[in-house]
Design a protein around this ligand. Structure first.
Ligand code: FNR
Length: 357
């Protein structure tokens, strides 16, 4: 095989192509980036304890997430500003996700309008509508929030992912150092365009509360997932407030620094929700074995953020396809080596905490 053989090599290849400012924007996190590093290293501190002679047969990595049959337990996490990575931006990402048969969680802060992203995904498959979920930052102006929700619904999005970990913007010192605070000329966020034509700025407000989630629950019939849950009590509250799923996430270490690695909190959150709603996880997933560990600890599926952006920067649609293909192959291999064929059957006793030295 030529080219990168795993996600870390895609990252290296992509980062060599990106200029400093964009590389810092994608790779960076909040303040000392303790959580950015912790997300990945936490997976390495978990060991796999495989079962032998199970006769499980060939693994099939397909799973069902909120009624959606997907080709593998990996979704594309919402990440902003794909045109910074590649001129085709989210158009390329949408085609790759649709071709791979998995869910694109499209960011509200995409540089391509949600209608165009959905249209692009449809070009790949005429038989079935490729699944797209829409990530939403609830705006204090509920009229404006509702207008965005209606656009997502009309574009065919099949769920809303409310990002709850952003009552303020995390402090990205790399962006400060690079004086990077605005998109370059020619790029904007068309999902925030008003009817009058003005593109608004996103508002990240500490006034957003569970009451707003209740409002959203009454405003749309789409399934709602709450993303950015870390405290088990908040996972319970999300289910109490009518959420259809939670995503355990620390925003890839880009919001509050020194939050625990998301994988560490997963078992407690899975216990807290007691199967009332599916639990998803993102943060630091780079290997098929990471995915299997998350499944064992209670996740229905995981999402990947930076690896998608790096695939896009490395080779556009083909680069994202490469990332998803590599991960799918690794998941199949990891399941087989663990003695499982079905991702949904993976049990908690597959994971063991170790210190390797
Ligand atoms: C993000 N993430 C994010 N999340 C969100 O809800 N809305 C957003 O607009 C963004 N934007 C964004 C931009 C970039 C460049 C990155 C890297 C991340 C967070 C994302 O959804 C996810 O939680 C993390 O990326 C997961 O961690 P990994 O896979 O990047 O380690």
């Amino acid at each position: 095989m030529t080219g990168p053989v795993n996600l870390r090599e895609v990252e290296q290849a992509a980062r060599a192509l990106l200029d400093r400012v964009r590389d810092d924007y994608f790779a960076g996190g909040a303040q000392d980036e303790v959580t950015v590093r912790g997300n990945e290293s936490a997976f390495a501190r978990l060991a796999l304890l495989p079962r032998v002679l199970t006769g499980a047969g060939d693994p099939s990595p397909e799973v069902t997430v909120l009624g959606e049959r997907v080709s593998m337990p990996v979704l594309l996490a919402p990440t902003a500003f794909h045109e910074l990575a590649h001129p085709e931006g989210e158009r390329a990402t949408a085609r790759a996700a649709a071709a791979a048969g998995t869910i694109l969680i499209s960011a509200m802060l995409s540089t391509v309008a949600i209608e165009d992203i959905a249209a692009e995904a449809r070009k790949v498959s005429s038989e079935h509508e490729p699944p797209i979920w829409f990530q939403l930052y609830l705006q204090p102006d509920l009229g404006f929030t509702e207008a965005i929700v209606r656009r997502a619904e009309a574009a065919g999005c099949r769920a809303l992912v409310v990002t709850a970990d952003s009552p303020a913007l995390g402090r990205h010192e790399r962006n400060d150092r690079n004086d990077f605070h605005d998109l370059p000329p020619g790029m904007n966020c068309p999902n925030l365009r008003e009817q009058a034509g003005e593109v608004r700025n996103v508002v990240l407000s500490p006034e957003i509360s569970w009451r707003h989630l209740e409002w959203l629950r009454e405003t749309t019939s789409l399934p709602i997932l709450v993303k950015g849950v870390l405290h088990p009590d908040d996972a319970r509250l999300a289910a109490d407030h009518g959420a259809d799923g939670v995503i355990v996430s620390n925003h890839g270490g880009r919001q509050l620094d020194t939050t625990p690695p998301s994988i560490r909190l997963l078992p407690r959150i899975a216990d807290a929700v007691e199967g009332r709603v599916p639990v998803l996880l993102d943060g630091g997933v780079r290997r098929g074995t990471d995915v299997v560990k998350a499944l064992a600890l209670g996740a229905r599926a995981v999402a990947i953020g930076r690896p998608v952006v790096w695939g896009l920067a490395y080779d556009g649609e083909a680069g994202v396809t490469k990332v998803l293909d590599l991960l799918r192959r690794e998941i199949v291999n990891a399941l087989a080596l663990c003695g499982y064929a079905d991702p949904a059957a993976v049990r908690r006793d597959l994971v063991e905490e170790v210190s390797w030295r």
